[in-house]
Every structure is written in structure tokens, then in C-alpha cells.
Design a protein around this ligand. Structure first.
Ligand code: CS2
Length: 497
């Protein structure tokens, strides 16, 4: 009988082919607190930090914080923060063990610990991946939403914060009062001008409770924007099997991701930073062109593909890309999104488009369409509505965007073409259901969902030809099914070309 494998807990246990970190983690302290220590963070920023530690050393390890769940902390704590990162591509898998995360705090169990870590003078940067919906900032007014579940409790008890913005404000207040230099706040969520947005939310929160603090923050704290990219599906039991093969250890925190990775960061830090360029990060003056390219071409096409694919029964992105008609429409969407972008020296949109198609087709990555489909109301504005409105205003062809929005509306109905019911998983789910409850025809559904406050710009919601396009596509999806609609749209495409 072979002995059960030992749980990963130190680097000298590792016996497989996985690459080891080029530094001794015990010799490096922590200077980064990361809010939202899920798989994406561990496949992305933690890896760049691992490379930076190998290249230049420094006390730049990470204290991770899970603001809600306890799973990541439960998986990481017994392993002393070590985990296997598996890069999976068509040519096979490569593993490496990451040692840049010192520990993960579950705020649900240790409510005072995140604030303690953020106030510590050792902390010089706070990074965030808490998802689009967790900030509670109204993106039109750039003010906080005082009724948002991550904001309301913290506004009424700002000394005991639980949400991202409340934690940032209170920890910066304590640092100011104790004469400790502030940290840089680095937002890594898929939001447009994410640093600017987060700064506006933090300032607004601070101004409501302590205007002097808001003035101090305005002068002292940097909020660089950044564009992050790496397709990272949720880990599965196969991920752990592969980690066992690569390390000889049982690793309950193993994650898998694609070989591609990109991080573009505005170079504006008020308290130092690691040498993330060692891992390939690009430091620039203006992130916006990169971020627009990624949000509109990658994420926009991802959302369109997820809604169409999920309704048509494609479980994974790679299945949607193997659907006889969907891949061509994904490519059309990427091209339409690309046509809304400004020229930027050094960015080759044609090769970006080709790379996206091959990344989506990666046969070794099982990325659920249902995972991407969630939180549509938080994703559509920057991914689809902004390029659609710009295309409309310059008299371009808005059909690719209308097709994507119609697919989201079809998804909102909550039943696949095969008749399976599913939860929408959207923070505005009850508003969506109320809107649908009052609508009895495709035109009524389009009109009702188009009027959800703040979701669609008036230039789209009030435009007849846009509404006609939406209604036409939604009618076809409801009457003839997604497969038929995709086939018809793809055949239009061939005729146009
Ligand atoms: C995806 C993103 O879930 C989604 O909405 O579009 O998480 C996407 O995989 C990443 O942004 C890729 O960098």
C-alpha cells in the first residue's frame, strides 16, 4: 500500500517537476495587503510578486484577505501560504510553486485582522480584486451608494469597517493620526479607469465622515489605475491531481490558469513598489488605451460568448468556440469592439484579436460560461454599452453589440433552450425580475430592461433603431432558439463578407 501524499507546507517537501521560487520566503517580510485573495489574484499579482522577489528581493510578500468566504484561508493556512500554479496550454502543463503569499486572513473569522494589517507601518501597498459589484460606487456620479450592502454598515460605524472602501478609509485615517506614511491603493478589477473610480469612492466616503481626512488623502495617497489579464477558471479536483503529479504533495490551494498573462500599471506609487517588471508588468503613464482594448475586445466578447453559449448548452468557453457558428460571431464582436479604439503606438489590434481567439479556444482550460455570465449588470456598461454608444454616435454598425445585449436579455429570462432553469446570479436580480414581470413580448422585455436605472446610456435606451435591433434579435432567440439565431447571424456575416 502506498502512503497517502503529504500536504504541501514547505518547499523542501517538493519532489516533482514543478519550478520552485528563487528565494527563501522566510527571509522576506510583508508589505502588500491584498483584498480579495481568490484564484485570480493568486494566478496573477501573486505571481508577478513572486518574480519580483526572485529578481530583487525585498520585503514585498503579501497578506491576503478574504472579505467574505473562508475557503481560501482554509486551503492556504495549513500550507503556510504555498500553492501550485499550473499553466495549461495546448502543448501541455507547467507547474510552479508560489511563495509570495504569507497568509490569508478570513475577515469573517478575524474581523479586526484586515484593518490591523492595513494600518501596520510595514504595509506600503494595498491591492484589490473584490469584483465589480463589491465597491458600491455609482459609476455615473462617481459617488458612493450609501445604501449599498458594502457601504451602508460602514458609513454608520466607520471605526469597524467590513467593506473594501470602509477599510481603506479607516486604515488611512489611523495611519494619518499615527504619523505613518500612507500606502498606495492599487485597484486590479475589470473596471474602466479603476484607480480613478476607486479614488473617487474613497474620497466621497471620507468626505462624508471627516472632510480633513479627505483633503489629506487627496494630497498624499496615490491610486494608480491598472489593467489585469489572465483567464483563470475555478479550480477543480483535476487541478489538485495535477498539482500532486507536479509536486508530489497534496495541495488543496492549487490553481490553474492559461499561459498568457498581462499587467499594465500606471506608474504612480507613493510608498515604493516591488520590481513587478521582472514578471513582465508594463509601467506606463496612461493605462486607458490598454484597459479599453481589454475590456471591450476580450471581456466584451467573453460576455457575448458566455450568454449565447450558455443558452445554447455550451458548458465551457472552449465548447462555445467549437460551436459551428459562434466562433465566427465572437470574432466579429472582437473586430467591432476593436474598431472603437484609439490608435496607440505599440498596440497591434489585429494580432491581439488573433491571440484572443486562440486563448478562447485553449483546449486545456475549462472556463465555465456560467461563471462569466454572472453579474451582467456590473459588466455590460464598460464591456458592451460604451463601445455600442460610441459606434452609434459615429453612424457605425451597432448590430454586433445589439446581438450581445439581446443575448444578455435572453439570459435574464432564466431558462436555457433545453428548458433548464438557473439562478441569474446578479446583484440586481430582483429588479430584473420585476422588469420582466411587467413585460409580455420581446419588445416589452427590451424596453423594460433598457430602462433599468444607470445601465444603458440614454443615447442607446432612447434610440429607436437600436431598440429595433435588440427586439429583432431577442424575438429570434425566443421564437427559434439560440442555435438557429447564431446560424442566421453567421450566414449574414458570410454574405456581407
Ligand atoms: C471574465 C473575466 O468572468 C468574466 O467576466 O470575462 O474574468 C476574464 O476571464 C478576465 O478578465 C481575463 O483576464
Amino acid at each position: 500500500m502506498t502512503a497517502a501524499p503529504k500536504r504541501l507546507a514547505s518547499l523542501d517537501q517538493i519532489s516533482g517537476e514543478a519550478r520552485l521560487p528563487g528565494y527563501d520566503p522566510a527571509r522576506h517580510g510583508c508589505a502588500i495587503v491584498h483584498l480579495g485573495a481568490g484564484a485570480f489574484h493568486r494566478a496573477h499579482q501573486a505571481v508577478y510578486t513572486d518574480d519580483a522577489l526572485t529578481a530583487e528581493g525585498g520585503d514585498w510578500r503579501i497578506t491576503g484577505v478574504s472579505l467574505r468566504g473562508t475557503d481560501t484561508a482554509d486551503a492556504m493556512q495549513p500550507q503556510n501560504g504555498l500553492y501550485t500554479l499550473i499553466e495549461r496550454g495546448a502543448a501541455g502543463s507547467r507547474g510552479r510553486v508560489i511563495a509570495s503569499v504569507d497568509r490569508v486572513i478570513a475577515a469573517a473569522r478575524e474581523p479586526a485582522a484586515p484593518l490591523r494589517a492595513m494600518v501596520s507601518p510595514q504595509t506600503r501597498i494595498v491591492t484589490l480584486t473584490v469584483t465589480e459589484k463589491a465597491y458600491g460606487i455609482d459609476r455615473t456620479s462617481m459617488a458612493i451608494d450609501p445604501d449599498h450592502p458594502s457601504i451602508a454598515p460602514d458609513l454608520s460605524d466607520p471605526r469597524h469597517p467590513r467593506g473594501a472602501i470602509g477599510l481603506l478609509v479607516e486604515s488611512l485615517r489611523l495611519r494619518r493620526d499615527r504619523g505613518v506614511a500612507p500606502f498606495t491603493v492599487l485597484c486590479c478589477d475589470n473596471l474602466p479607469e479603476n484607480g480613478h473610480l476607486l479614488r473617487a469612492g474613497v474620497q466621497d466616503f471620507a468626505r462624508r465622515i471627516d472632510p480633513d481626512l479627505a483633503d489629506w488623502m487627496e494630497a498624499e495617497v496615490c491610486f494608480p489605475s491598472s489593467m489585469v489579464d489572465r483567464i483563470t477558471p475555478a479550480a477543480t479536483p483535476q487541478t489538485q491531481d495535477e498539482a500532486l503529479r507536479l509536486t508530489g504533495c497534496l495541495d488543496l490551494a492549487a490553481i490553474e490558469t492559461e499561459p498568457f498573462s498581462q499587467w499594465v500599471i500606471e506608474d504612480r506609487f507613493c510608498n515604493g513598489r516591488p520590481a513587478w517588471e521582472a514578471g513582465g508588468a508594463l509601467f506606463v503613464k496612461d493605462v486607458k488605451p490598454y484597459e479599453m482594448m481589454k475590456l471591450r475586445m476580450l471581456n466584451g466578447a467573453h460576455s457575448m460568448l458566455a450568454y449565447c453559449g450558455f443558452i445554447a448548452g455550451c458548458k465551457h468557453v472552449r465548447d462555445a468556440m467549437a460551436h459551428p457558428h459562434l466562433a465566427a460571431l465572437v470574432d466579429r464582436h472582437i473586430a467591432a469592439a476593436g474598431s472603437t479604439l484609439p490608435d496607440l503606438a505599440g498596440l497591434d489590434l489585429d494580432s491581439y484579436r488573433r491571440d484572443l481567439i486562440s486563448r478562447f479556444c485553449n483546449p486545456a482550460i475549462a472556463h465555465d460560461t456560467y461563471q462569466i455570465a454572472m453579474d451582467g449588470t456590473q459588466k455590460l456598461p464598460q464591456r458592451i454599452c460604451a463601445p455600442a454608444a460610441e459606434t452609434l454616435s459615429r453612424g457605425g454598425d451597432t448590430r454586433p453589440f445589439a446581438f450581445a445585449v439581446a443575448a444578455w436579455m435572453r439570459y435574464c429570462i432564466g431558462k436555457t433552450d433545453a428548458g433548464t432553469d438557473y439562478p441569474l446570479r446578479d446583484p440586481r436580480q430582483s429588479e430584473i425580475q420585476t422588469a420582466l414581470g411587467n413585460a409580455s413580448s420581446p419588445a416589452g422585455i427590451c424596453a423594460a430592461l433598457s430602462q433599468l436605472p444607470g445601465l444603458f446610456p440614454a443615447s442607446l435606451a432612447d434610440n429607436d433603431s437600436w431598440q429595433d435591433q435588440l427586439t429583432g434579435f431577442l424575438t429570434e432567440m425566443l421564437q427559434h432558439g439560440m442555435d438557429h439565431t447564431l446560424a442566421a447571424a453567421a450566414s449574414d456575416l458570410t454574405q456581407v463578407n
